[in-house]
Design a protein around this ligand. Structure first.
Ligand SMILES: [Zn+2]
Length: 101
């Protein structure tokens, strides 16, 4: 009569299975949360500083440095003419700007 259900189990097996599923669900939730946190940390926008040569107008973009401010002459030199570079903008690029490499 019991052979109608091929996966017939007794109660303790059933409870064990439920427990197992719960443990796995909990594990996956924890893994998912930690993964999402890590991803979030990686996606923090990098601040960029845009510099322009005071002589020839050549623009250069580099990572923001702590004491950067707009109109500061950083002491960095233009690659083209060797003149001073001045900061013209500080900004954060849009977060979905993935460097496709
Ligand atoms: Zn220049």
């Amino acid at each position: 009569m019991n052979k109608i259900f091929p996966l017939q189990m007794n109660t303790s097996d059933f409870l064990f299975l439920i427990g197992l599923v719960l443990v796995f669900a909990l594990l996956f939730t924890m893994l998912d949360t930690s993964r999402r946190r890590k991803k979030f940390r990686l996606e923090l926008p990098k601040i960029k500083t845009e510099l322009q040569c005071i002589s020839c107008g050549l623009k250069e973009i580099r990572d923001f440095q702590e004491d950067d401010y707009i109109s500061k002459v950083t002491g960095e030199k233009c690659k083209k003419c060797g003149e001073d570079l001045k900061i013209i903008a500080i900004y954060t690029p849009p977060p979905k700007e993935s460097t496709s490499k």
